[in-house]
Design a protein around this ligand. Structure first.
Ligand code: F6P
Length: 755
């Protein structure tokens, strides 16, 4: 519209000038025509010297609306014989100044007049010159009319152009939204080039196929054995398959932390995926959990063997605490585990740091945990579940002292490719430590493959890709995928408050209106979680879709974590600064764009947020599984809410009904938030139902149950062969083809074939 207005402004004077020129030309032609027509009768009147007759003749002609006056000059000096209306400044003496053939314009009070002078010479003799004065005010009127028409024309043109623009924008917007929807469905429509790369999505596709095969096999199994994955199933496996053996879990993080606050002791439950998954298993199976006693009041509540029955309100299993000196914790936990292995395995653009002093502490603390396991073992062949990257050396250390133990190690974080892992100076020691296990589990087949490739590259070991096992130092380890999950159904205390009340409470707590849209993030303050990328996506959303300014707020719950490590400290500062900057930018709105709650929240509070918000955004740059995604889905029995999930999480391989995004692509993430906010309830329900169906079947009892079943099969096979356990024999028997197809073309061994 602005361009058109400017154009009209420039064009108007030009049109004006041209119109006047055309009319003057026409009037001059008219003057010539009049002169040629009247010269003969006028000649007669002049010859007869009939001055009154000439005046009457002229008066008749001047009756024409456009002819203003007429006059005749017989001699150059004489007085013109003219109509009374002839302007006073025209006389016979100055006639030459009007004799230009294009005429001359006089501006009078009544308007512009065109004065034309023509000779009268009908028979060759000039008898005088006539003056024809024509009224030009009609030119002004027509010019004004033309301007008016032009104005209407430009307005109409503007409207048409705007309508076309809106129509084109509307069409391309629809195409774009369809594109995003297709992208979410994984159809590749309008997919960014880097996402349409089949190679990149191949691992997800493979894992999905595996998952479908697992579900089918599971259904067959259920039909045959009526098996459902519940705490009772687990207890049944322990009683029937493992002769009532106790389960020993060992991890760095403890499930209950006793903290001194003034005169009282409070119990905290840590923000940890590991604890979320293993705690319900321990409640179901009893047994003992060995972990680092990290709470300030932990020592005050244990017995003389450093044990305590937990949960305190309903004791179900024993927690055995291992004490570490400050130096040990610094070198083993903060140093080697979290400055070395964590960035090494996550490949999230933070350089791993390896120090010999940290490695020495790591070895020493792993030895402490192994000692505790040996002390706590009630038999020479216990079942030990070793958790995570903090304790990679424990399986070998226990194997050396309890050769008949069934050791299942589970690696909760990604396993990188062999090139990335090779930079660790103690790579062979770590691999050797892990290969002390009977079974080594990962969340995804992709990580299993990476581990086997790493062993192949680093050790003189026998790698059998047919059975997916590794033989090293006289010990065979089966490498297998066990996707971790959450308790199902969720603990009653976590979902006791109705969803509507949770919605109201969350909005009230943050002084937001009842219809305010809320997005949620729940993470530890860790650089692998992509909090900056998430906030950038929120900012982009508000840029691209300003209708959400003041109508949408993103609440980020961020539990402080490993804060004494410099990268974590810097990360927290950056995250806080970014949230503040974005809020500043949109400060014109009454409600903040981002609310950052950087403090510890107990599970009840986290579930209130899960249930009270409209979408949950998990944007990890790399994550083994990510249980926040599964917890959010498990918490929504109302089948509402949308999950936006990073493609770089293990969970994305199981939950394709989430909006799967690349967290590095702010535009795509912003589009996903917008799609989530506008998603019809019916679509939300369909997606939620599918995800909830999957999690209900693939719950945490199945995760642990499958490992225990595999352990039971191994032990049985070992007894038959008359030796503690030979995983190689166990796995080779899998050629009998169990009910499930292998997850990897040459990989999986399914325990059901031995049942
Ligand atoms: O993801 C690995 C992991 O050990 C998880 O199991 C857990 O969520 C997280 O790290 C906890 O970290 P930390 O024990 O260092 O607080």
């Amino acid at each position: 519209m602005l361009v058109l207005t400017a154009l009209a402004y420039l064009v108007m004077p030009l049109v004006d000038r041209l119109t006047v020129q055309w009319f003057v030309k026409d009037l001059n032609l008219r003057a010539t025509l009049v002169a040629n027509t009247i010269d003969e009768p006028l000649y007669g009147l002049v010859a007869a010297n009939d001055t009154p007759g000439i005046r009457r003749f002229f008066a008749r002609i001047a009756q024409d609306e456009r002819v203003f006056a007429m006059g005749l000059c017989g001699t150059p000096q004489g007085t013109p014989v003219a109509t009374a209306s002839l302007p006073g400044e025209i006389n016979c003496a100055n006639l030459n100044s009007f004799s230009d053939p294009t005429g001359r314009v006089l501006t009078e009070a009544q308007g512009p007049l065109l004065v034309s002078v023509r000779p009268i010479a009908p028979f060759g003799d000039t008898v005088g010159r006539i003056v024809l004065v024509q009224d030009m005010s009609f030119v002004e009127r027509r010019s004004a009319q033309t301007k008016q028409y032009l104005f209407y024309f430009f307005v109409a043109l503007g409207v048409v152009v705007s309508l076309i623009t809106v129509a084109v924008a509307q069409l391309s917007w629809r195409g774009w939204v369809h594109g995003i929807q297709a992208l979410m469905r994984g159809e590749g429509l309008l997919r960014p080039a880097h996402l349409s790369d089949e190679g990149e999505l191949q691992p997800i596709a493979d894992d999905l196929r595996t998952l479908i095969r697992d579900i089918e096999a599971e259904h067959r199994l259920r039909d045959e054995e009526q098996l459902a994955w519940t705490p009772e199933t687990l207890r049944g496996i322990l009683d029937r398959e493992l002769r009532g053996q106790d389960v020993m879990v060992v991890s760095n993080r403890e499930p209950y932390i006793h903290v001194r606050q003034a005169d009282s002791i409070v119990i905290q439950r840590p923000a940890s995926g590991l604890v979320t998954a293993v705690e319900p298993i321990m409640r179901a199976c009893s047994g003992i959990w060995i972990a680092h006693g990290s709470g300030s009041a932990d020592r005050e509540v244990v017995d003389r063997n450093d044990r305590i029955q937990v949960p305190v309100e309903d004791p179900s299993y024993r927690l055995r605490r291992v004490w570490l000196t400050q130096e040990e914790e610094q070198g083993y936990y903060y140093g080697f585990a979290n400055e070395g292995l964590w960035p090494l395995c996550h490949i999230a653009h933070v350089r791993p740091t390896f120090r010999t002093s940290d490695w020495i502490q790591y070895e020493r603390v792993n030895r402490k945990f192994a000692d505790a396991i040996v002390q706590e073992a009630k038999s020479p062949d216990p079942i030990v579940l070793v958790q995570d990257y903090h304790l990679a050396l424990v399986p070998r250390m226990v194997r050396e002292r309890l050769p008949a133990a069934t050791i299942i190690a589970f690696w909760h974080i990604p396993w990188p490719n062999p090139e990335a892992f090779a930079i660790c100076p103690w790579r062979q020691e770590l691999l050797d430590g892990l290969l002390g296990s009977s079974i080594l589990g990962f969340h995804t087949q992709f990580h299993c493959n990476n581990f086997v490739d790493t062993v192949d590259r680093q050790l003189e070991a026998m790698v059998d890709r047919e059975t997916f096992s590794v033989s090293f130092n006289g010990q065979t380890t089966v490498i297998k995928r066990y996707p971790i999950s959450v308790e199902w159904p969720p603990n009653k205390s976590l979902v006791a408050i109705p969803v509507e009340e949770c919605r109201a409470r969350v909005r009230e707590r943050h002084a937001l209106p009842s219809d305010h849209a809320i997005g949620l993030g729940v993470d530890r303050l860790d650089y692998t979680k992509g909090l900056e990328e998430r906030f950038n996506a929120v900012e982009r959303l508000l840029e691209l879709h300003p209708q959400w300014i003041g109508k949408f707020t993103f609440i980020q719950i961020a539990a402080p974590s490993r804060a004494s490590i410099e990268q974590y400290h810097d990360y927290e500062q950056r995250v806080r600064a970014l949230a503040a900057r974005i809020n500043e930018r949109f400060a014109r709105s009454k409600y903040p764009a981002i609310i950052l709650e950087a403090k510890h929240h107990e599970p009840e509070s986290v579930y209130e947020y899960y249930r009270g918000t409209d979408l949950c955004f998990v944007s990890s740059l790399h994550d083994g599984m990510n249980l926040v995604a599964k917890e959010f889905v498990a918490s929504r029995e109302d089948e509402r809410g949308v999950l936006i999930l990073s493609q770089f999480t293990g969970a994305a391989r199981e939950l394709p009904e989430a909006l799967i995004v690349n967290p590095y692509d702010a535009d795509q993430c912003a589009a996903a938030i917008n799609v989530a906010l506008a998603m019809p309830l019916r679509t939300q329900r369909t997606r939620m139902r599918l995800m909830r169906g999957l999690i209900s079947e693939f719950n945490v009892y199945r995760w642990a149950g499958r490992m225990l079943l595999d352990a039971a099969t191994m032990r049985r096979r070992g007894r038959i062969l008359g030796r503690p356990m030979q995983a190689s024999r166990w796995v080779s028997a899998a050629d009998d083809a169990g009910p499930e197809a292998p997850a990897h073309p040459t990989a999986h061994v399914q325990s059901e074939s031995f049942r």
